[in-house]
Design a protein around this ligand. Structure first.
Ligand code: APR
Length: 246
């Protein structure tokens, strides 16, 4: 695969690199995406599974679904895409991951500096007192309850909910101070997360998109790579590495 020389030159003069990722980067690990062919939302209704009222109405059903997703995630491994991003930490002063994924695979791949915009499926908290329960939950008596009597929910951001303030503010600040902003495996239709693309662009960052197909933001990026992230990211790193030794 031919990687545009000018992108390699930009990488060579970069101090800070951001990877803004979506479900597409975990697709090659066997975790289904949300939209597009075989997307979860083609089969299931987000309004019945990924919002607070639905949880209160039917916590058993929502938990059944999250426990199913957790099982898939626990049986998955980080793929070459996640691993290459972690590897990039050895080449740049600052590598930041801003992810919409709740699957923990960037952390399992070895990435250190991660903002989780939509939460993490490994964490849970009480809807009443907000106390966290991060150990494996016991469902033998139905949906687990907090000592205060409140229902325990997964620490993921549902439709209509605010993003965690510290994660979003940290992502915005990083996006305003970066040289290169990679957009990997996201349809970039969910806001405010997708807005970070334009925050980075307005701050002068070079935008690089990696996706199987064109997306809502393709016309705004500087470089587009159409294909699998698990193939393209290693190719970009290889081209960069061979340019710094020669
Ligand atoms: N490599 C690169 N891109 C891929 C790959 C792959 N192997 N497989 C799929 N893609 C692309 C698809 O073409 C699509 O554009 O990844 C994108 C996945 O988009 P979505 O399914 O919409 O997922 P995402 O953008 O992460 O969704 C955002 O929506 O449902 C909510 O909270 C959920 O965080 C999620 C948010």
């Amino acid at each position: 695969m031919n990687i545009d020389r000018s992108l390699i030159e930009k990488l060579k003069s970069s101090r800070s690199v951001i990877f803004f990722t979506g479900a597409g980067i975990s697709a090659e690990s066997g975790i289904p995406t949300f939209r597009g062919k075989d997307g979860i939302w083609n089969k299931l209704k987000p309004e019945e599974l990924a919002n607070f009222d639905a949880f209160i109405r039917n916590p058993d059903m929502v938990w059944e679904w999250y426990n199913h997703r957790k099982l898939i995630i626990h049986n998955s491994q980080p793929n070459k895409g996640h691993l290459t991003i972690a590897e990039m930490q050895n080449h740049f002063d600052e590598v930041t991951v801003i992810t919409q994924n709740i699957d923990n695979l960037h952390s399992r791949a070895g990435s250190k500096n991660i903002f989780e915009l939509h939460g993490n499926i490994e964490r849970n908290y009480c809807v009443n007192c907000k106390r966290f329960y991060n150990k494996e939950l016991d469902f033998s008596n139905g949906v687990p309850k907090c000592e205060c009597g409140g229902l325990i929910r997964p620490d993921v951001v549902w439709f209509g909910e605010y993003l965690p303030d510290d994660q979003f503010k940290g992502s915005e600040k990083a996006s305003m101070n970066t040289d290169i902003f990679f957009i990997v495996g996201t349809s970039a239709v969910v806001y405010p997360a997708a807005g970070l693309v334009f925050t980075a662009k307005q701050s002068g960052a070079v935008l690089v998109e990696i996706n199987l197909v064109k997306t809502e933001i393709s016309s705004s990026v500087d470089y587009s790579f159409f294909g699998e992230a698990g193939t393209i990211l290693p190719n970009i790193l290889e081209a960069y590495e061979s340019s710094i030794v020669s």
